[in-house]
Design a protein around this ligand. Structure first.
Ligand code: KG4
Ligand code: ZN
Length: 332
């Protein structure tokens, strides 16, 4: 079964063809990073207009690279939320038009659920249930128990900034540019984690909080002159990164051991961070699944993989996993 996946929730216009929920035949991502970098962050109206320009060529390229004509596509999956409304509309309406004109089944996919399904696209054996999923992106930091396909229970979320958002804001304070995660990672690779930034453990809860460490970084930059001191900037970046990785790793592993899950699945853009994956790979007492970096950041292959399981499913997924912006829409 070949699914065409479409993703336009934020600033990447993406389309992919995936076979049987695991084999990537094509995975095309048109990034808007250069366009938004000059503003220091994503401008929603600019993003949606860029999606309008890119969506058709990106889909055509995905089919061409997959060597798959339209008649060999068996279904369409599209991200319907959460995300920027104007951006989502472009993908959803394009997917609807394709499904209607080609007479194909269509499924709307939750973006966070799609991130989890990047773990079905790796070279490794498919994950085992129950799994504990850590989804860390620009807008979310969620811990989700996955008992089976479509069966999710949200255990924790960030109470303020998401992990990726904290990276982006810290990079901005340090003058490292956008997107912040890769910029902090790059700077951190030249530094030592010598600044004792705070960790919000929120004991007894699986929630996260990253606004405190971000504020601590801001105060540090107010008190110390970092201008022209690239080695101090590198040390601050390394210290900030370590504080975030420490909390994500410790809280995830504590929850995983308590729940006695079979595996821990990482996903979302922040899971592309090598320091984070090294910490999990070196220290996790449980089997771990980490998608390669290009499948952690936004892409449509993960949407197609998730859509495959929706279309295979004979019963609607459970609704424990709240869908943030569009809770009334069906997942399946
Ligand atoms: O999942 P994603 O591509 O888009 C959203 O759904 O938000 O995640 C984007 C976020 C951004 O905040 C970006 O700074 C962060 O992921 N990110 C990273 C890295 N690569 C991307 N954070 C830390 N280290 C990285 N290497
Ligand atoms: Zn994402």
């Amino acid at each position: 079964m070949r699914i065409l996946g479409i993703e336009t929730s934020c600033d990447e216009t993406a389309a992919a063809v995936v076979e049987n929920g695991s084999k990537i035949l094509s995975n095309v991502v048109a990034s808007q990073i250069e366009i938004h970098a000059r503003y220091g962050g994503i401008v929603p109206e600019v993003a949606s207009r860029q999606h309008v320009l890119s969506i058709v060529p990106v889909i055509e390229q995905a089919l061409r690279s997959a060597g798959t004509p339209w008649q060999d596509i068996d279904g369409v999956a599209v991200t319907f939320g959460p995300g920027l409304a104007g951006s989502l509309l472009v993908g959803v309406n394009t997917a609807k038009a394709i499904a209607l004109s080609k007479d194909l089944p269509l499924t709307g996919v939750n973006h966070l659920e799609a991130h989890i399904y990047a773990n079905w696209l790796t070279e490794e054996a498919p994950p085992s249930f129950p799994s504990l999923c850590l989804i860390i992106s620009g807008g979310h930091s969620d811990l989700v128990l996955m008992k089976g396909h479509g069966q999710f229970e949200k255990l924790g979320r960030t109470r303020d900034d998401a992990a990726g958002e904290a990276f982006d804001k810290a990079a901005r304070i340090l003058g490292l540019g956008y997107p912040g995660g890769p910029a902090i990672e790059q700077a951190a690779s030249q530094g030592r984690p010598s600044v004792p930034f705070p960790r919000a453990w929120l004991k007894g809860s699986s929630d996260f909080s990253f606004s405190g460490v971000k504020t601590a970084l801001w105060h540090f930059c107010q008190k110390n002159d970092l201008s022209g001191n690239s080695s101090l900037v590198a040390d601050v970046a390394a210290s900030f990164q370590e504080a975030i990785v420490d909390v994500l790793f410790t809280k995830t592993i504590n929850a995983a051991e308590e729940l006695k899950v079979k595996q821990v699945l990482l996903s979302g853009g922040v899971a592309a961070n090598k320091s984070l994956t090294r910490r999990f790979l070196d220290s996790s007492p449980l089997p771990l699944s980490v998608p390669p970096p290009h499948l952690c950041t936004d892409n449509a292959a993960m949407v197609a993989a998730c859509g495959y399981y929706h279309l295979q499913s004979t019963r609607p997924p459970t609704r424990h996993y709240d869908l943030d912006v569009v809770p009334s829409l069906s997942l399946g």
